[in-house]
Design a protein around this ligand. Structure first.
Ligand code: GAF
Length: 377
């Protein structure tokens, strides 16, 4: 991978001082206990209330950060050009040079990708010792990947003393980590939700302009929950990239720049399944603003209907549901949920449900409280 903005050689001031020189015992655990972490970055996962598979079509979405996320703590490395990192939940480590670390699969791809993509974007980094931990479930459609990318970038930038002035630009860098290093061509939904959300609020994102606006998530006594379908999925290995390709194909057949410019009448003339894919995107965009209207007027029944309509469209038109997801949705609706739908990229993962006041928490449900966006703690 090319690196622009060639990283400088460490100057005198960056060399380890007397107190920081490696001692005889360089075991990482011991080392960390002695110095303690000097910086902690937290980035949340997200749930998308509504507006699925619209981000890469210049459409609308309404995600919110959840309180679970990924924490990356650390400080400057003793060896200035090295990155050492511990994935605490997995009991694994990695160590590589700041310049040209090469590729490694799994969680290591995120770390190496973050280091290279930040430098490619012109940020001069310094060596760092990092520790990653997290409580957002992986492969459940709750955006653990974006939380990892964002927390890593915030930590690396913080350790290098670089301020984050443009969070949208940082979201793009994080998205490149996922497309170039992990192999999923994601849009910007997850990264923007993690970086720009605020406590108690959802975030209306217009992906054509990248205008983001807070929408208070006032549910009264109603509750939102996520329930795992027990079908793990990975964006890279699912049909996610294929859906993106279908949308590009539909755009070129319709002669539009993005599906935001498509209309239902012309979409109906496309060959299947493109007609259905476009219909999903058009109707889902409408449902985002309808959901905001329902929230504004505290009409939770209407919000539930919109969640159900979104799910039907994702199942029938966009075809990203699975039998395990359908069984989970059916179980939640049978238990009295006002609405339930698959969240995230689909092909497994979690189901979001809106519960009426006093309704018991379904088995295995995670109650969702809209949390804060990513930050240095
Ligand atoms: C995944 C992707 F990462 C997002 O960019 C978005 O497309 C979403 O699926 C579907 O809305 O989370």
């Amino acid at each position: 991978m090319p690196i622009t903005g060639s990283p400088e050689r460490p100057g005198r001031d960056e060399r380890p001082g007397r107190d920081e020189r490696p001692g005889r015992d360089e075991r990482p655990g011991r080392d960390e206990r002695r110095r303690g972490p000097i910086l902690t970055a937290f980035a949340p996962g997200r749930v998308n209330l509504i507006g699925e598979h619209t981000d890469y079509n210049d459409g609308l979405a309404l995600p919110f950060a959840i309180t679970a996320g990924v924490t990356v703590s650390g400080g400057p490395a003793r060896r200035p050009r090295m990155i050492s990192v511990e994935a605490a939940d997995l009991g694994e480590r990695d160590e590589f040079e700041l310049v040209d670390p090469g590729y490694a699969p799994g969680w290591r791809a995120f770390v190496r990708g973050a280091v290279i993509e930040l430098q490619s974007a012109g940020y001069a980094l310094t060596g760092a010792e990092l520790r990653i931990s997290g409580d957002v479930p992986r492969r459940r459609g709750l955006s653990s990947s974006a939380a990892l990318e964002v927390a890593l970038c915030l930590a690396l930038l913080g350790i290098a003393g670089r301020a984050v002035t443009d969070r949208i630009a940082l979201a793009r860098i994080c998205s490149r980590i996922e497309s170039e290093w992990v192999g999923a061509q994601t849009g910007l939904l997850d990264q923007l939700a993690s970086l720009l959300s605020s406590w108690g609020k959802a975030l209306r994102i217009d992906f054509r302009t990248l205008e983001c606006r807070d929408v208070p998530l006032r549910l009264g006594e109603h509750r939102l929950v996520a329930v795992d379908s027990d079908e793990p999925r990975s964006l890279r290995d699912s049909g996610y990239n294929a859906r993106r390709e279908e949308c590009r194909d539909a755009c070129s057949r319709l002669g539009v720049h993005s599906l935001r410019d498509a209309d239902l009448e012309r979409a109906a003339q496309l060959p299947p399944p493109l007609d259905r894919r476009v219909r999903h995107v058009i109707t889902e965009n409408r449902r985002v603003d309808q959901a905001i209207a329902a929230l504004t007027s505290a009409d939770m029944g209407r919000l539930g209907e919109l969640l159900n309509a979104s799910h039907a469209s994702l199942r029938d038109d966009y075809e990203v549901s699975t039998s395990a997801v359908e069984a989970t949705v059916a179980r939640l609706l049978a238990a009295g949920a006002l609405g339930a739908r698959i969240v995230g990229g689909g092909f497994g993962g979690s189901v979001l449900a809106l519960l009426a006041p006093g309704a018991p928490l379904p088995a295995g449900a995670m109650e969702l409280v809209p949390g804060a966006g990513a930050q240095l703690l």
